[in-house]
Design a protein around this ligand. Sequence first.
Ligand SMILES: Cc1ncc(COP(=O)(O)O)c(C=O)c1O
Length: 427
Amino acid sequence: MSSNNVVKARSNFADRNPGSRSHYDEARKYMPGGQTRSVLTHAPFPLTFASGSGATLTDVDGHTYLDFLGDFTAGLLGHSERRVLDHVAEALTHNASVGGIHPAEATLAKLMCERFGLDRVRFTNSGTEANLLAMTTAVITTGRKKIMVLSGGYHGSVFYFASGNAPWNAPFDFVITPFNDEAAALQAITTHASTLAAVVVEPMLGSGGCIPASPQFLTSVFQAARNVGAVCIADEVMTSRHGSSGMMNMLGIEPDIAAYGKYIGGGFSFGAFGGKAQFMDMFDTSPESNRPSPVAHGGTFNNNLSSVTAGCKVLGEVFTADIAVAHTARGDEFRQAIAAVIARSGAPVSVTGFGSMMSLHALATPPVSPTDIANRDIELQELLFFGLLERGIYIAARGMVNLGLAHTDDQLAQFLDALAETLTTLN
Ligand SMILES: Cc1ncc(COP(=O)(O)O)c(C=O)c1O
């Protein structure tokens, strides 16, 4: 594939999007890179969106796209889920920023505990913070410092392990072990047995390319970690949408603490961490607590009314456990349909994923590790992205595709047609 094709695709994109270009140029004066969320970066510049409705997004140049990114899983509900938006709007007429308790907090906490099998939960503002607090809980309760993570993992802006320990990561003492490599992980746990506070896993690498971890790998890593007294943390920020109680539950593996976020906030910023009382109750600063030194967990917006109210509606009505089960199955079917389109095309492209989360890769064979992802044909990957955009489909530049609740069967068929057409241009 010649790079001329990429140059042409970028230039066609720039010609079609003068409005997004001028937003980008203006934004660059005030924000490094013209935006405040690095994952949105792609050449020549990202689109600026003016509005969304259901499963569609319209940019400032008036192009309407089928949104198959779903805000990296946070946009599960689509852009106009009235039940959530109206509920939040109504709540905000009574109160906005409350320096006190409001009833929705306990309602959401109960919904989360019952849904995900948690003893206790606490809220944060993001998935990053949820993981930060989960790791902190492990460090304090064990009195140890090391945190084992998997290569290719992403647990938030300061927990980035795509290629080693990123220089901007939070200063925990990380041990990085290869993803899906059971022998290496068990060896690392043995080596660091007496200093290991926690292992943190994503049951499927999300940002790392929608590569599921093998259940055998996860089971034995958690078992070995428990045997040496380390805390088992599951990052379900993306994957809690799967099945009735999240992906770990589907695999039959129980974490000590899990992190949540994304779609639960119904479009509002959200994070939560929760799990076994023996760990979570260290945050009990109440007068009833008999703890000599409970740990404080502050955060002005931890209980913010909009996110918490939205979360109640999301888990209580819009995305119930039954709907989640059906959505996971629909996602599996959609991914199989994508794989069939790819197979018919003969293009060196593959799809991986689980349930409603998936990723397209410019690799003839589906990747099973972050090392495979590193071998993607980056030009082909970019052409795939631009090819779909030109046909009215918006996905992540890096290939992520998420099925949302608002997608109709017709829209799924449109995606498959656009993909088939795009693939013919890549051969
Ligand atoms: C698995 C996982 N954990 C944590 C995070 C961080 O969540 P947030 O962006 O809300 O801080 C993300 C975000 O993409 C994620 O995919």
